[in-house]
Design a protein around this ligand. Structure first.
Ligand code: HEC
Ligand code: HEC
Length: 365
C-alpha cells in the first residue's frame, strides 16, 4: 500500500472529520467538568442530631447535657386516670380515702394517728411513691393492678396486692401490717387498682417504677456521696439525716433518710440500685426524669453514703428462700455467686450481674 492509494480512499475525508468532531467533544466535556467542579455548590452535609455520649462513669458533660435537652423524647408515658371520672364510680369515696391514706399516711398511723397511734415510723407512702403514686418514674403504681398477683422471689411465694402493700408497711414504714379486711387496706387497694385500671393485664406501662441508670466501673463511694449530700440534700433532710417534723409534730415536712424513723434494712430503698434510681430522677425535690440534676455517679455515691448510715433492722431470715435468686445488690449473704457482702452492697455490680446471668443459663441448660 502506498501514499497515493491512501489518499484516494474515499472514506478518508469522513474519518478526518469524525476525528475533529471527537477532539472537539472531548475538549468540551473536559471544560464542562472543570466548570462544574468550580461552580457547583458544595453538596450539603446530611444534618445529624448530636446524641451526647456519656463518659466512662455514665456522666454527661455540661455541653452534652444541654444537647440532651434538645433531643426529643417521643415516648408516650403513662398517666393516671382523671379524678373527674370518679363522679359516677360507686367506689368513689373508698378510692379517695385510699388516696388520702397514701398521701398522708402519718395522719392515720403516725405519732398522732387517727386510726392507730405510732404503728409506723411517721413517713407517708407518698414520700417514696410520689404524687400519690402517679409520677412518671417516681415509683408510681401504674403496673401494680396489671401485674399482681405475681411470684416474688423475695418471699418465694405468689403475692397479692394486700401482701405487697403490707410489705411496704413492715419495711419502708418500719411498722405493723394492716389487717387485710380493714377499711384502710381495702381503700388503699381500691385506689391502687383504680390508678392502674387502664393498663393491659400483664403489661408495665412506659414510665412505671424507676428509670434505669448505668452501672459504675467502681464501687460506689460513700465519702464522695457525703459531699453530694452536704451540697444537695442536707438543706431539707438535715445534716443528721433525721428530716424535720411539721409544726404540730404529726407528720414530716422533710422525711428522714436514716435513723430510727427511716425505712429499715429490709426495704426496697436499702438496695443501692433502687435508691440511686429513685434519687437520680426525683431528687432534689422538684426534678423529674427529663430534667435530672444529679449525674449517675453522684446518685450511686449518695446512695452509698445514705445506706451506710444507721437505720432500723428487720428480721430477714425468711427472705430469699432460694439464695441464688438474691438480686445483685442484696447486701446480706450467703450468696451462691462467690462475691462478698461488701461488693453486693456497694458494687462494682457489673461482674456480679454477669456471673448471675451465666449461672442462670447454666442451670437452664
Ligand atoms: C421509704 C420508701 C417507701 C415508702 C415509704 C413506701 N414504699 Fe412502697 N415501695 C418502695 C420501693 C423502693 C418499691 C419497689 C421495691 C422493689 O422493686 O424492690 C416499692 C414498691 C411498692 C409496691 C409494688 C410496686 C410494683 O410495681 O410492684 C406497692 C404496691 C407499694 N410499694 C405500696 C406502698 C404503700 C401502700 C405504702 C404506704 C403504706 C408504701 N408503699 C410506702 C418504697 C417505699
Ligand atoms: C428541697 C428539699 C429537698 C431536697 C434538697 C432533697 N429532698 Fe429528698 N425529699 C424531699 C421531700 C419533701 C420528700 C418527700 C416527697 C413527698 O412526700 O412528696 C423527699 C423524699 C426523699 C426520699 C424518699 C423518702 C425517704 O425519706 O426515704 C429520699 C430517699 C430522698 N428524698 C433523698 C434525697 C437525696 C439523696 C437528696 C440529695 C441529692 C435529696 N433527697 C434532696 C425534699 C428534698
Amino acid at each position: 500500500m502506498n501514499k497515493e492509494e491512501n489518499q484516494e480512499n474515499p472514506l478518508a475525508p469522513i474519518v478526518i472529520k469524525l476525528n475533529n468532531i471527537i477532539v472537539v467533544l472531548v475538549v468540551f466535556v473536559i471544560a464542562l467538568l472543570i466548570l462544574l467542579a468550580i461552580y457547583l455548590p458544595q453538596s450539603k452535609p446530611t444534618k445529624k442530631v448530636e446524641i451526647p455520649a456519656p463518659d466512662e462513669f455514665g456522666n454527661f458533660t455540661e455541653a452534652a447535657k444541654q444537647n440532651a435537652k434538645l433531643v426529643k423524647d417521643n415516648s408516650v408515658y403513662w398517666h393516671a386516670p382523671n379524678e373527674t371520672e370518679l363522679n359516677d364510680n360507686p367506689k368513689k369515696d373508698e378510692i379517695l380515702y385510699g388516696k388520702d391514706l397514701i398521701a398522708h399516711t402519718a395522719d392515720y398511723f403516725g405519732p398522732k394517728g387517727k386510726v392507730f397511734i405510732g404503728s409506723i415510723n411517721g413517713m407517708n407512702c407518698q414520700n417514696c411513691h410520689l404524687e400519690a403514686g402517679t409520677k412518671v418514674f417516681g415509683n408510681n403504681y401504674s403496673a401494680v393492678s396489671s401485674t399482681y398477683p405475681k411470684f416474688r422471689a423475695r418471699s418465694g411465694a405468689v403475692e397479692n396486692i394486700y401482701k405487697r402493700v403490707n410489705d411496704c408497711f413492715e419495711r419502708s414504714l418500719n411498722g405493723k401490717a394492716l389487717d387485710t379486711t380493714s377499711k384502710e387496706m381495702k381503700a388503699i387497694v381500691s385506689y391502687i387498682n383504680w390508678i392502674g385500671k387502664d393498663v393491659v393485664k400483664g403489661k408495665k406501662p412506659e414510665g412505671s417504677g424507676f428509670k434505669d441508670i448505668t452501672f459504675l466501673d467502681r464501687a460506689a463511694d460513700s465519702d464522695k456521696g457525703k459531699e453530694v449530700y452536704i451540697l444537695k440534700c442536707q438543706s431539707c433532710h438535715q445534716s443528721n439525716g433525721l428530716g424535720t417534723l411539721n409544726g404540730d409534730k404529726s407528720a414530716y415536712t422533710y422525711p428522714p433518710l436514716w435513723g430510727p424513723n427511716s425505712y429499715n434494712d429490709g426495704a426496697g430503698l436499702y438496695r443501692l440500685s433502687n435508691f440511686a434510681k429513685y434519687v437520680k430522677y426525683n431528687m432534689p425535690l422538684g426534678v423529674s426524669h427529663n430534667e435530672a440534676q444529679l449525674s449517675d455517679e453522684e446518685a450511686w455515691d449518695v446512695a452509698a453514703f445514705v445506706n451506710s448510715q444507721p437505720r432500723p433492722k428487720k428480721d430477714l431470715k425468711n427472705d430469699w428462700p432460694k439464695i441464688e435468686e438474691k438480686p445483685f445488690d442484696h447486701p446480706f449473704g450467703p450468696y451462691k455467686d462467690g462475691f462478698s457482702e461488701e461488693q453486693h452492697k456497694y458494687g462494682p455490680f457489673k461482674q456480679i450481674k454477669e456471673k448471675q446471668e451465666a449461672m442462670k443459663k447454666q442451670k437452664k441448660a
